[in-house]
Design a protein around this ligand. Structure first.
Ligand SMILES: NC(=[NH2+])NCCC[C@H](N)C(=O)O
Length: 301
């Protein structure tokens, strides 16, 4: 429908549809894992930031956890470093880690600036600040791939302090080990661990797919919602394709550890966060605690 075809009443109805969600998620923590195409395309980037600012201004407590993989590769190439690979994974040696940390902090501050420009005060930190993310070296099939960390402990105090003072925390996934060395952490894992540690109401992943498909080959088989049990059965069935397995496992892990709802969204769709959170049907895949599924649809009818 073209916007000119939307009547005034329909516009009002859109806002009314959002009412129960504004009410339900008021003062609740929503962790947004920001990554993929939505980080590269300038317009999408702006729209994501607008959505998060809106979430903040209607009374939610959003937290952004972001990656920066593409930007790190760009800088590694720019300085002419030769990448090394083990098991198909790029090795994060010391010089690469140095660049990764510089780039992630740079990306972090550019997001802070975008949020600030829209009138909400953001504070950008890495997992090293306040000792938020502690980690140890992660091996790939027993092999050393450098400074890639696996989270061992999350201390969310810094997040609570920022939220209490009404700041919007923006976090890049760098952690430190027992010797205080820096490690690069997978941003999905960081978002999941942070959401668990703060008992977030929601965790939303911005990805480059529409959501979870029942049949990976069939793009019309998008699953709109499932319970954590259904998600677990799906993982166990072994029929999950396209790199979705670790993501879905993270979702299950989050829900089993205190997060109420996890959403897998298509970050390539403009304003995907608003369309998911403030409508009954959403646009991606929502995973609920057992017993919670469809409850909200029923109530919102
Ligand atoms: N993909 C879906 N079926 N989403 C439903 C979303 C429901 C509601 N807006 C929420 O954020 O919890």
């Amino acid at each position: 429908m073209k916007s000119s075809e939307i009547t005034e009443l329909q516009k009002a109805e859109v806002l009314i549809e959002a009412l129960p969600y504004i009410q339900r998620f008021n003062r609740k923590i929503i962790v947004v894992k920001y990554g993929g195409s939505a980080m590269v395309d300038e317009q999408l980037k702006h729209q994501v930031i607008q959505d998060v600012v809106l979430l903040k201004l209607v009374g939610f407590k959003p937290i952004i956890v972001h990656g920066g993989g593409k930007e790190i590769s760009r800088w590694v190439n720019k300085v002419g470093m030769e990448p090394h690979f083990v098991n198909g994974l790029r090795v994060t040696d010391e010089p690469t880690m140095e660049i990764a940390e510089m780039v992630l902090n740079k990306v972090n501050k550019s997001l802070v600036q975008l949020v600030n420009e829209l009138g909400v005060k953001a504070v950008g930190i890495s997992g090293k600040d306040g000792m938020l993310l502690r980690c140890e070296k992660k091996l790939s099939k027993g092999e050393d791939i450098g400074f890639v960390g696996e989270i061992t402990k999350v201390d969310p105090q810094i997040i609570y302090d920022l939220l209490e003072k009404d700041f919007l925390p923006i976090i890049c996934p760098i952690g430190s080990d027992e010797y205080y060395a820096s490690y690069n952490i997978n941003a999905d894992d960081a978002a999941c661990a942070i959401a668990r540690a703060v008992n977030a109401e929601k965790l939303a992943f911005l990805t480059d797919v529409e959501g979870v498909y029942r049949d990976f080959e069939d793009k019309s088989s998008l699953i709109s919602e499932m319970t954590v049990k259904e998600a677990q059965d799906f993982v166990n069935s072994g029929s999950l394709g396209g790199g979705m397995l670790p993501k879905l496992q993270n979702c299950i892990d989050a829900i089993e550890n205190g997060v109420s709802r996890v959403h897998i969204l298509d970050g390539r769709i403009a304003h995907c966060l608003l369309l998911e959170i403030f409508t009954n049907r959403g646009i991606g895949t929502a995973i609920y605690k057992d017993g919670d599924a469809r409850y909200f649809h029923e109530e919102a009818k």
